[in-house]
Design a binder for this molecule. Structure first.
Ligand code: FAD
Length: 296
């Protein structure tokens, strides 16, 4: 007989180690779950305790306040990956907690193209589906067949139309109101057969481009979305903020759309730089910068 699943909750767990910015205070409750049944159970338990809950992926697109979060954080780590081949094409069903770049490399080694654009992209499949992550000629909207989504007590298949993707956004990211927050359980991604050596060479090129363009240090990647026809980094540079500091946070000299944690940055240090960049770009250029990063 199999044991019923149980959830181990930690109290006052600091969230900084679970974010790429290495910033953030404690969650009132925190757990890590590895498959859909325990995910559902954790959500049900948080609901029963009257706690608001939040599903965390790789924490690479998130600013957590220093005072933490008065709710339950559920870190989802389902990393399974099954491939259904159909001749020269295939469909990979990938757990939402699988690492985006690691999965792309694994598929390429097996001779499957489709996710190679995601070489070096931090975070999980779930986070990427949520925010329509993209880079180096690809994005989730162009790759996804459907996502399996937990809505309340049931699961549904959402195709790309239902996910209503835009530039670094989706219907999930725009979700507001009291309706149950949908959670991505897995993603089905279209694949084509490819030569592993050729895919590896393409991915190495992407990796070296990434290395040359990514500032060193803890960050969340791009803080702001690029306004239409513009680059947020160029605008912030043009208003003289490259290298600007607030406490232990700094606008990266290499790429002004990155804010680096120099070691002990607080969420307020980061927020002050965000406000400064927004105000200066608006007053000098008449352009309102929109956040790409999520504020918890
Ligand atoms: C150095 C660096 C470079 C980056 N470069 C790029 C880039 O080139 N292109 C790009 O698009 N992004 C880039 N990013 C940003 C980040 O990698 C992506 O946004 C990534 O997709 C976030 O995934 P995550 O798992 O870390 O999400 P998290 O930060 O954990 O969460 C972000 C949001 O997704 C939600 N979420 C996560 N998992 C689920 C789930 N299973 N169900 C429902 N909601 C979920 C969370 O609730 C949260 O609202 C970069 C970040 C860094 C640090």
């Amino acid at each position: 007989m199999t044991e019923p699943p149980t959830i181990t909750w930690h109290t006052h767990e600091p969230l900084a180690p679970f974010t790429s910015w290495r910033i953030g205070g404690p969650a009132r409750r925190f757990t890590v779950v590895h498959e859909p049944t325990t995910l559902q159970l954790a959500i049900a338990q948080a609901d029963a305790l009257g706690l608001r809950w939040f599903v965390l992926g790789g924490g690479s697109n998130l600013l957590v306040p220093d005072h933490g979060w008065d709710g339950a954080v559920i870190r989802y780590r389902d990393r399974h990956c099954d491939i259904e081949p159909y001749g020269d094409t295939g469909l990979a069903r990938i757990g939402a907690g699988a690492p985006m770049a690691g999965t792309a490399r694994r598929l390429a080694r097996l001779g499957w193209a489709g996710l190679e654009w995601a070489e070096g992209l931090p975070g999980t499949i779930g986070g990427a589906v949520y925010g329509n992550a993209g880079c180096y000629g690809g994005d989730i909207a162009g790759t996804l067949e459907y996502a399996t989504v937990l809505v309340g007590a049931g699961t549904e298949r959402w195709g790309v139309e239902r996910l209503a993707y835009g530039y670094r956004t989706s219907v999930l990211k725009r979700h507001a109101g009291d309706a149950p927050r949908p959670v991505i359980i897995n993603a089905a991604v279209r694949l084509q057969r490819g030569d592993p050596l050729e895919l590896a060479a393409r991915m190495e090129l992407t990796a070296s481009l990434r290395r040359s363009r990514t500032p060193w240090g803890a960050s969340c990647g791009s803080v702001f979305k690029n306004p239409p026809g513009e680059s947020a980094g160029r605008l912030i540079e043009a208003v003289g903020l490259k290298g600007a500091r607030s406490g232990q946070a700094m606008i990266a000299p290499l790429h002004a759309n990155y804010i680096i944690n120099l070691g002990q940055a607080s969420s307020d240090d980061v927020l002050r730089l965000i406000d400064q960049a927004r105000e200066r770009v608006l007053s000098h250029c008449g352009i309102t910068l929109e956040l790409e990063v999520q504020l918890l």
